[in-house]
Ligand binder design. Structure first.
Ligand code: SF4
Length: 169
């Protein structure tokens, strides 16, 4: 697959972007400019590095260990590149079905729920970062307006089901 994707960085063994040890793909580009943005250098669409989906998969896989629980897509906003996001998750899931997938986005779930990438994501952390609602006690979130959404249960029930630690996702 030769689809292109623009990434800022890929890190391994994060413990703050979802449960367990996770590899995190920071995708480049975001349509927002939230005051107090945690990664402002990842906002410009032309920043970061343009590469291929295959290359990102190769880099992610080179950092996986027996302890890796999953992969998280962050940014920037991964949904700024929805087609590339779908392609990269699809390939990673095909080759590593044991890994769970988390994604952070500034969009609300309702705005992006019909995008193909959502079918492949276990947990979506939605909503922009709101500095006045900053709360460092919340697990895996920056501000209290955000939600940890269990995507498959939400799709099944038709209403937002929040992810709770300890679930299989
Ligand atoms: S959505 Fe996230 S990356 Fe984008 S401007 Fe807001 S805090 Fe920064």
């Amino acid at each position: 697959m030769m689809s292109l994707i623009r990434v800022a960085s890929i890190i391994k063994e994060s413990v703050v972007d979802g449960p367990g040890f996770r590899t995190v793909v920071f995708m480049q580009g975001c349509p927002r400019e939230c005051p107090g943005c945690h990664n402002p250098e990842q906002i410009p669409a032309e920043g970061g590095e343009e590469t291929t989906v295959d290359e990102v998969v190769r880099r992610v896989e080179s950092g996986l260990t027996k302890l890796t629980k999953g992969i998280t897509f962050s940014g920037g906003d991964p949904f700024f590149q929805p087609a590339a996001l779908y392609d990269v998750i699809k390939l990673l899931k095909q080759r590593n079905p044991q890994l769970d997938i988390w994604a952070y986005t500034g969009y609300g779930y309702e705005e992006i729920k019909d995008l193909p990438a959502l079918k492949l994501i276990d947990v979506l952390v939605d909503g922009p970062y709101v500095e006045t609602l900053r709360d460092i006690s919340l697990p895996f979130m920056g501000s209290s307006n955000q939600r940890l959404i269990d995507v498959s249960s939400t799709k099944k029930t038709g209403h937002i089901v929040e992810w709770e630690n300890g679930q299989k996702a």
